[in-house]
Design a protein around this ligand. Structure first.
Ligand code: NIG
Ligand code: FE
Length: 421
């Protein structure tokens, strides 16, 4: 983590600026500068500016490690603020059913869906869980993600939720990609509690939340607030119990129907309301008034073949800060690629290239309470950078279906190079 790294011959540096979420017209305020150099020292960005200015301020830097960017574009390390990373097993049979016309909700009602992954995750050992997470994290890094949120929620017992959160902690310690842990114990009602959901909510609020929070295993508390899963009232109980134990709230809200999730997020001052495909105009207003970030997951609309997407333009125009995320999970969005989600954000959500960049960097960082340290390329921030194999930012959507990432730098260290780089 020590030493000096110099990135030179950069084509374009493209970055939002600041440490707080960008909303409304400011979401599109991305600085695009040509001909800059970036110097990183001891894991932090020390300098961003012209070659001459760097010579004046820092001298020749003869001992520095150098990366010749050969006219490529440099953006901040991508931040993925919504993933379900620690799961075991796959659900390709359900995928085939969905391709044949069965809906995601029908599969869930028949005991598949989330509960299918709960069965395989409960059956997996710590070691198996770690083994399955690692290639996912390698893929995330190779697509430019340098920090990701990761949720539990496929355990649904105290021990199994702890197993998932421990897997997140271990993966965070062992892998260059940083993970921020979220407890999602109320992701679904497990089969053993189908006849007494009240008892399950007691278990979540009185045992799982206190135990995991006290062990320092989670930073945020989440709930699947949705018709047929947890009602607004139940979600409020879970999120408030989390707050009492220091878990800042965020929630799966208004994914399939408007069940008041956005309003609940606003009332609780949640860090984010996620999905929002079915959010109501009142929900949008409430989010705007309270400053909750909308985390949009267009990969989920795409993968569930819904042909309806969250009203991103109305959210931006109402002044809600918008972030984007993969929702990486085996049922509703099986991808690790934020650049793929970026393409969907531009083509399907209608975000501009600049708005989408802010959504995948600074706004994503801020809703994980990391805006002070990551999310932009500025002196003093952590040196998390992505070199794109592209002459300018537009290529991130213009040249689609390819992996645009050439190199990834985490805390000033080169941690990934594309084949042939
Ligand atoms: O965000 N909506 C709830 N949870 C996930 C899906 C998880 C699964 O299908 O396994 C989501 O889409
Ligand atoms: Fe999710």
């Amino acid at each position: 983590m020590t030493g000096t790294l110099l990135l030179h011959s950069i084509g374009e540096v493209a970055t939002p600026r600041g440490t707080t979420p960008r909303r409304g017209p400011r979401q599109a305020e991305v600085e695009r500068t040509r001909g800059s150099e970036i110097v990183c020292r001891d894991g932090t960005i020390l300098f961003v500016g012209s070659h001459d200015e760097r010579q004046r301020q820092l001298g020749p830097l003869d001992d520095a490690e150098r990366i010749d960017c050969s006219n490529r574009t440099v953006i901040p390390g991508l931040v993925d603020p919504h993933t379900h990373l620690p799961w075991a097993g796959t659900r390709e049979e359900e995928f085939a059913q969905r391709l044949a016309g069965v809906s995601y909700q029908e599969i869930a009602a028949a005991g598949g869906g989330i509960l299918s992954t709960v069965r395989s995750t409960r059956a997996a050992s710590d070691e198996e869980l770690a083994l399955q997470m690692r290639p996912r994290m390698n893929r995330m890094l190779s697509w430019g993600t340098t920090t990701a949120e990761a949720k539990s929620g496929y355990g649904l017992t105290l021990d199994d939720e702890i197993k998932q959160l421990r897997a997140i902690r271990r993966a965070h310690e062992e892998h260059p990609l940083d993970l921020v842990p979220t407890l999602l114990a109320a992701h679904e009602v497990p089969p053993e509690h189908r006849k007494d959901r009240e008892r399950f909510l007691d278990l979540v609020c009185e045992e799982i939340i206190p135990a995991t929070a006290e062990a320092g295993l989670a930073r945020f508390g989440d709930v699947f607030c949705e018709e047929g899963v947890f009602s607004c009232q139940e979600s409020r109980r879970v999120l408030e119990a989390g707050v009492q134990h220091g878990l800042s709230p965020r929630l799966h809200a208004d994914e399939f129907v408007d069940s008041g999730g956005a309003r609940l997020a606003a009332e609780l001052g949640a860090l984010s309301a996620d999905h929002l495909i079915a959010v109501s105009p009142e929900g949008i207003e409430a989010l705007a008034a309270s400053g909750v970030t909308a985390v949009l997951l267009p990969g989920t609309s795409f993968f569930l073949m819904k042909h309806t997407y969250a009203p991103a333009r109305r959210l931006v125009e109402a002044g809600v800060p918008v972030a984007i995320a993969t929702d990486c999970n085996p049922g509703s969005s099986h991808t690790e690629s934020l650049p793929m989600v970026f393409v969907l954000a531009v083509f399907e959500l209608g975000l501009s290239i600049e708005e989408a960049l802010t959504a995948a960097t600074l706004n994503a960082a801020c809703c994980l309470e990391l805006g002070e340290t990551i999310g932009s390329i500025e002196v003093g921030k952590q040196a998390d950078l992505v070199v794109l194999d592209a002459p300018n930012l537009l290529h991130l959507a213009y040249h689609y279906g390819i992996n645009p990432v050439h190199q990834v730098i985490k805390r000033g260290q080169l941690v990934h190079s594309a084949p042939g780089a």
